[in-house]
Design a binder for this molecule. Structure first.
Ligand SMILES: Cc1cc2nc3c(=O)[nH]c(=O)nc-3n(C[C@H](O)[C@H](O)[C@H](O)COP(=O)(O)OP(=O)(O)OC[C@H]3O[C@@H](n4cnc5c(N)ncnc54)[C@H](O)[C@@H]3O)c2cc1C
Length: 497
């Protein structure tokens, strides 16, 4: 049994863990980071992401500070809008049905911009997300839905830059290291028990930061906490987030918090692999262009308002809606008007797709959808579309239907111009919402809301931030904000001890 000891041990190897490790090291603490995955699969869900960050900004000048290479020509053709702290807080409140912990919400929002700059100081570079968060419409771009920037190189670029910075800060990194238990002594946390290469070791620590993800990759917990059927969902990202950090903390008296029955889940390629494959075409599973089309179930019926809001504010809850349909699948439909707007993933290999020049032919090719129900749905939909309103993908254009049981509120083009394409989707889970309770300093709280001395947490395993739904690109931002805070707190705590 090795007898290593560090001021701070960080459990996890994604964005939240790396931010925590960096912040702790910057306090002068000796830091070890334990990543369960082997080195080539390091980086957790963070590596799978598109790298989007939701931060407060006040227009082009703020974006230019984050993207110094932004040209005058780009600025001239772009409306970056503005995303104030108040709007951010409103979005978090509205999206979570006002269940969000207000202190955590304030902490996230007020630290967002500064944390992006902090990441820049550690080698992460950012770009405006043209094409994903702003469409080229009549020669102009207008950013929508509160998100402008993404990390250069997406999640892989982000994590790579963070690992480089961790190495520069002399963080000791152990791969294939699965933390199993927290060692708690009289005065708080004293270390971690960890399996490395199948051998159990104890690593001493004056403080521990748990940043090892939610329980989305644990089939049994999914069925247990999210409910029947969730064991069958596909995992969009890493296979390593099985709830270990949550369990370890609960075992020593931490308080469970947040929506344990809730998860971020999207409409995802129906026949995707069980887990994401970071080396392969994991992004091929995205089916995020539904606001410009329709979704129907096995009965040929629509079941959500595809245009209820910008994609950023609906996608994370529509996976659950797909799972609830007969057979837990659905089809997304697009006609010639929408095809140019489809994200690149629709064109990638592995998409379950059919194409036809008539709706009758299309539904025959779909095979597992009731043709009569389908044709009736489309007929009624087309008749309900407000044809006199102009379509605009960059704004909530109000081009809607009138008189349907489930309306389409925006981007309701008719479904009538061949060729037609349909893509089959199932439910892809991204991450779970339930977890541990922390205070705004990142300290893990016990059932009496008292901090467990020396125990900190950040990232997906923190409960209380997201309920029912999630505003796109808040996950990386929350991981960075709370990772940085938790790492700083752990570093200070360890050095004072
Ligand atoms: C396909 C996809 C796209 C996404 N796109 C975006 C986006 O563009 N913007 C955004 O904000 N969010 C996005 N997200 C969500 C985002 O990935 C998460 O919110 C965020 O990455 C969580 O960071 P984290 O550090 O908490 O967890 P992770 O990055 O998942 O890291 C958890 C780490 O813990 C390790 N681990 C687990 N158990 C143990 C253990 N017992 N011991 C040691 N280590 C352990 C894992 O190996 C992993 O390295 C996306 C997610 C997916 C799957």
């Amino acid at each position: 049994m090795e007898n290593l000891s560090f001021d701070v041990v960080v459990v996890g190897g994604g964005n939240a863990a790396l931010c925590a490790a960096l912040a702790a090291a910057e306090q002068g603490a000796s830091v070890a980071l334990l990543e369960r995955a082997p080195e080539e699969k390091r980086g957790g869900n963070s590596k799978f992401t598109g790298g989007g960050f939701r931060m407060v900004h006040h227009g082009a000048q703020d974006i230019k500070r984050v993207v110094p290479d932004l040209s005058d020509a780009d600025i001239a053709r772009t409306d970056f809008g503005e995303y104030s702290a108040e709007e951010y807080l409103d979005d978090l409140g509205r999206i979570t049905q006002y269940y969000i912990d207000p202190d955590l919400a304030e902490t996230l929002v007020r630290n967002s911009t500064d944390t992006v700059h902090w990441l820049m100081g550690r080698g992460v570079t950012f770009l405006p997300n043209y094409g994903r968060q702003a469409y080229n419409h009549e020669g102009r771009f207008k950013f929508f839905g509160g998100v402008v920037i993404y990390a250069n190189g997406g999640g892989a670029g982000l994590v790579e830059a963070e690992y480089k910075a961790a190495a520069k800060h002399s963080v000791t990194i152990k791969y294939g290291a699965r933390a199993e238990a927290i060692v708690r002594g009289k005065n708080g946390v004293e270390g971690i028990r960890v399996l490395i290469g199948g051998v159990e070791e104890r690593i001493g620590a004056r403080a521990v930061v748990l940043a090892c993800g939610g329980f989305e990759s644990n089939r049994e917990w999914r069925a247990r906490y999210l409910g029947p059927g969730w064991d069958m969902a596909k995992v969009r990202g890493t296979r390593y987030n099985t709830g270990d950090g949550i369990r370890m903390a609960l075992d020593i008296g931490a308080q469970s918090y947040g929506q344990w029955s809730g998860a971020h889940a999207v409409a995802w390629e129906r026949y995707a692999n069980d887990y994401g494959d970071v080396d392969g075409q994991h992004s091929a599973g995205y089916r995020h262009s539904y606001p410009f089309g329709l979704m129907v179930n096995a009965d040929g019926e629509r079941f959500v308002d595809e245009g209820a809001d910008f994609r950023n504010y609906t996608y994370a809850k529509y996976g659950r809606a797909v799972l609830a349909q007969p057979g837990s699948y659905a089809w997304q439909l697009f006609d010639a008007q929408a095809l140019p707007l489809l994200r690149d993933e629709y064109k990638m290999r592995g998409a379950t797709k059919v194409r036809a020049d008539s709706l009758e032919e299309l539904v025959n090719k779909m095979q597992d959808v009731n043709p009569a129900g389908f044709l009736k749905t489309i007929r009624e939909y087309n008749a309900a579309v407000k044809r006199d309103v102009k379509f605009d993908p960059n704004i909530k254009d109000g081009k809607c239907t009138v008189g349907l049981a489930i309306e389409k509120s925006n981007w309701a083009n008719t479904m009538e111009q061949p060729p037609f394409e349909a893509y089959s989707v199932g439910c892809g889970i991204t991450f779970t919402f339930g977890g541990l309770k922390i205070d705004p300093t990142g300290h893990v709280l016990d059932i009496e809301d008292a901090p467990i001395p020396g125990l900190y947490a950040a990232g997906e395993l923190v409960g209380g931030l997201f309920y029912f739904n999630y505003p796109g690109s808040a996950g990386l931002m929350a991981g960075a904000v709370f990772g940085r805070i938790a790492g700083r707190g752990a570093g200070e705590f360890a050095l004072k001890r």
